[in-house]
Design a protein around this ligand. Structure first.
Ligand SMILES: NC(=O)c1ccc[n+]([C@@H]2O[C@H](COP(=O)([O-])OP(=O)(O)OC[C@H]3O[C@@H](n4cnc5c(N)ncnc54)[C@H](O)[C@@H]3O)[C@@H](O)[C@H]2O)c1
Length: 256
């Protein structure tokens, strides 16, 4: 993993749940939170990648546990959240990073593809936030960060379900900012541009597509997962105590 800056003890003793933290952007966030002192729980469907990430964190003397959870299943989400409470007694930070995307022309997009994308990207966010919120309300403290996208704002062709799910996720975050703000909970979203992960591998491999993309990114490079970990953890930190209901684009200027 690329080296990244970190702020020692910024999240000391805080309990953080990173949903979709087995790899990619979620992994970079989990690693960073652990380096900065948080007790991290990773929830994900991918057991082998979760185990690998947990091993990396443990080797650095970070505190981490994993729980298998398919965010589409309410019973599994409830089990994951009750495990965090059982282990750490509270949840200070929720990072909702789980997500999927598949390029399909609209005229070939079927109901199965639509439901798969919306269930993981949007309904999963609802189920997790719905289960975590009562704990944060009880604590009268909490930070929720949802991994939205530049696609929450600008549509990309052949990604209808993805675009709709990410726009929905941002509005879910804004709703929670309004509704849970009075209980001392901050809710925000991060909108990554093009970040090099397993998800974007097929796009990045496509040379024609990528040369076009590079022209669209003023900073002239594709992002790394660590480029997202800093802004996402900022939103979970005390420095963001007065930040509520925003979508922070982290896209090298793509939407500038
Ligand atoms: N990579 C990018 O360019 C980019 C850009 C904008 C937004 N995003 C968003 O960032 C998030 C992370 O993406 P990434 O690029 O790191 O992808 P990734 O595929 O590397 O990671 C996604 C993680 O979500 C997990 N996941 C998938 N389905 C799940 C389910 N049903 N239950 C629980 N976990 C599940 C996967 O196992 C994986 O660990 C996604 O929400 C994605 O939409 C990524």
């Amino acid at each position: 993993m690329t080296t990244m800056n970190f702020i020692p003890n910024r999240f000391r003793r805080q309990s953080a749940l990173v949903v979709g933290g087995a790899q990619g952007i979620g992994k970079a966030i989990a690693v960073r939170l652990a380096r900065e002192g948080a007790r991290v729980v990773i929830g994900d469907v991918d057991r082998p990648m979760m185990a690998e990430t947990a091993l990396e964190i443990t080797r650095e003397k970070g505190v981490v546990r994993t729980v298998r959870c398919d965010v589409r299943r309410r019973s599994q989400v409830e089990r994951m959240v009750s495990k965090v409470i059982q282990w750490h007694g509270r949840i200070d930070i929720l990072m909702y990073v789980a997500g999927v995307a598949k390029l399909v022309p609209f005229t070939k997009t079927n109901e199965k593809h639509w439901d798969w994308t919306l269930d993981i990207n949007l309904k999963g966010g609802f189920l997790v936030a719905r289960t975590v919120a009562p704990h944060m309300v009880r604590q009268r403290k909490g930070k929720m960060v949802f991994m939205a996208s530049t696609n929450s704002w600008d549509a990309e062709a052949e990604l209808a379900p993805y675009n709709a799910s990410k726009a929905g996720l941002f509005l879910l975050a804004k709703t929670l900012a309004r509704e849970l703000g009075p209980s001392g909970i901050n809710t925000n979203a991060v909108g990554p541009g093009l970040i090099r992960t397993r998800l974007t591998e097929p796009v990045i491999k496509n040379k024609k597509f990528i040369s076009k993309y590079k022209d669209l990114i003023p900073l002239g490079r594709i992002g790394q997962p660590e480029d997202i970990a800093g802004p996402a953890t900022f939103l979970a930190s005390p420095d963001a105590d007065y930040v509520n209901g925003i979508l922070m684009f982290v896209d090298g200027g793509q939407l500038a």
